[in-house]
Structure formats: C-alpha cells, structure tokens
Design a protein around this ligand. Structure first.
Ligand SMILES: Nc1ncnc2c1ncn2[C@@H]1O[C@H](COP(=O)(O)OP(=O)(O)O)[C@@H](O)[C@H]1O
Ligand SMILES: [Mg+2]
Length: 332
C-alpha cells in the first residue's frame, strides 16, 4: 500500500529563446523559437504511509517541479501520479483538504495580516473544526515557540519566524501528506534545529507522510532514513541513507593518538595517511574491515591514548553521485 505512486512522471517546459542584438530583435519579431526544458524527465517511485523521505538534488534538478505536480499546482506533461487516492491536478479541490505544503522560498500566508489572523482564515478555508483548530494551534504554538509573534504581521517576521508560521499553517487541518520544499533554507543553526525537531515530531506522533527537499545534509542525516536523489529530472538513487554510504561513500577514517612516540605505526587493513606529533590518521574501507578489528590490532602493538572513527561525509557522497551520474549501479 502506498500513499504516493509516481510512474514515469514528466514535466517539460517550453521556453522561448530570445535572440540578442539588432538582428536578434528582428528575429524575435518574426519567429519564435522554443527549446524544451525537461525539468522532470521520467521519474518513478512510491512512498508508503508514514514515511519521511528526503528528495535531494542540485539546483535545477527538478525537485520543486516534482513537488508542484505532487501538490496539484502543475499538470504533468506525461506519466502517472496518484497521491492520497487522487490525481492531484484533476481533483485539486478535494485533494488539498488532506495535504499540506510549505515552499521555503515564498510564504502562503497573507503578507499584511497578523499571523493569528492568517491562521484563522485558513481555518475557514480548510473548514477545520473549532476544537481541532484550538488544539493544533496550542500544540504548534508551543512546539514552534510562536507565542511572541502570533500578533505580528507576516511581513514583519524574520525568515525563521515566517517559516515556522508557514509550517504551522500547513498542518492546522491535520493533512495526511506534507510536502516541504526547502523548509530550512536561509535559517540559522538554532532555527533549523527547532524545525527539524518539529518535523520529526509530526512524522512520529501523527504518522504524517512527509516528502522533504533540502540542501542541508544535516537535515537529511537527522530526518531521513530513505533518500531519493535526482539530477537533470531523473532519479539517480532511491534507498537507504546508510546503504548510500556503504555503496558510494568514501573511506572511513581512524584517528589515533598514541601514548608514546613510535618511529613507525603501520596497521594491516588500513592505509596510513599521515603521522605527526603522536597522532596518526588511517583510512579504511568499510566493506573489508570493521573499526573494532582495526582497533584491536592497533592496541596489540601500541599504547593508545585516544581514538576516533570518522564516517565519510554524506554531502561529499551525494555530490559524487551527482557528478558521476551513477545511474546504472545506483538504481534499485
Ligand atoms: N515555469 C518554468 N518555466 C520554464 N522552466 C522552468 C520552470 N520551472 C522550472 N523550470 C526549469 O526546470 C528545471 C528544474 O527546476 P526546479 O524544479 O525548480 O529545480 P530544483 O527545485 O531542483 O532546483 C530548471 O532548469 C528550471 O530552470
Ligand atoms: Mg527548488
């Protein structure tokens, strides 16, 4: 049973080409030439109820276009799309009653209204019962620490406050599905963390299915056990974050502080990267040896004062996938 089913989804935009210069201007008057941008170019996936999935990719990869089709804002050029039992763009009215969406780049609230009045308007639009509205408002206000700015007009909010108000607005009607397009963009570390905690809480506590796009790898590590990676409108990877690291991650590192100055510190199964001032750095492959085995070998030969194992950077792993386009090996 899946709550989202996407099959060979496509969105192509026709963009008119503007020719520059005098002759170009003349040409613009007489002919219009178009090029096609394949923003989403044949994507398929399913999402099960209650999942929290990261939808990742570099700028221009097609993430927002996908979300816009999933929320019914854009009509696909081709392929199939079902979410919450409906075809979003065909049954938008009924569909939006059960979904929430936050676009980090722009607010869905009324610019000149105080936050609380924007929320009250949404209550009417979504026909949220009084009791449910009061309960949700109280809970979200506390969790998102919105009390200090509930009566402030949206245009006077800081970005972090505005984002929290938008997230609250998207959830007042208890949607089954929540789409978050860059919900932490431009926020400071504290504001990001507060939003992450809230997203996690909503997913765990209410079982809301969440699809999240982000550039922030800390968001991903913190929130998503499953990630989809797209580039140029195509799906490059769909699976476990851990599995992604195993298959495409760089090497792990073992950092060792020795208790005395040894002249040489070779370690079978790992490569010594550098050794200076009692500290050695080794790299090793997670498939061939475990950290604990290495540590065992090490302490059999040397006196060790302290050590640490460092995982490869997820950001670097994902960048490697974008750059190398590991399409064949990466797809499930
Ligand atoms: N309305 C549009 N008209 C023409 N091209 C568009 C439109 N919307 C998006 N695009 C293009 O589609 C591609 C994907 O955009 P988008 O989905 O916004 O990417 P992302 O959210 O991953 O950064 C980009 O090349 C973008 O310029
Ligand atoms: Mg985008």
């Amino acid at each position: 049973m899946s709550i989202i089913t996407v099959k060979n989804l496509q969105k192509h935009f026709k963009v008119s080409q503007h020719h520059r210069g005098v002759w170009g201007a003349l040409r613009n008057l007489t002919t219009r030439t178009f090029t096609t941008v394949k923003a989403v170019d044949g994507i398929s996936f399913t999402v099960a109820p209650g999942e929290l999935v990261g939808y990742l990719g570099p700028n221009g990869a097609g993430k927002s276009t996908t979300i816009k089709m999933l929320t019914g804002l854009l009509v696909p050029t081709g392929g199939q799309l079902m979410a919450n039992g409906r075809v979003p763009w065909q049954q938008r009215q009924a569909y939006v009653q059960h979904i929430g969406a936050v676009f980090g780049q722009r607010t869905t609230l009324w610019w000149d209204l105080p936050v609380i009045e924007s929320l009250a308007l949404l209550k009417h639009i979504y026909r949220v019962e009084d009791g449910r509205f009061q309960n949700n408002l109280a809970e979200f206000t506390t969790l998102l620490e919105m009390e200090p700015f509930l009566h402030t007009p949206v245009r006077s909010l800081s970005l972090g406050q505005r984002m929290r108000a938008d997230i609250c607005a998207a959830l007042l009607h208890d949607p089954d599905l929540l789409f978050l397009d860059e919900p932490t963009i431009g926020l400071d570390v504290v504001a990001k963390e507060r939003i992450r905690e809230f997203i996690q809480h909503i997913n765990a506590d209410r079982g809301t299915t969440i699809l999240l796009t982000t550039h922030d790898m800390a968001d991903v590590e913190r929130l998503c056990s499953r990630v989809m990676i797209i580039d140029h409108g195509r799906l490059l990877y769909d699976g476990d974050l851990q599995n992604l690291q195993d298959r495409f991650g760089g090497k792990r590192e073992l950092i060792v502080d020795f208790a005395e100055a040894y002249t040489a510190v070779p370690l079978a199964g790992a490569e010594l990267i550098h050794y200076h001032d009692l500290r050695a750095k080794y790299q090793f492959d997670r498939q061939s040896i475990s950290a604990s085995e290495l540590i065992g070998r090490l302490s059999a030969h040397y006196r060790v004062r302290d050590l640490a194992v460092r995982e490869p950077d997820i950001e670097a792993t994902i960048r490697r996938i974008y750059e190398n386009g590991l399409l064949d090996t990466a797809q499930k």
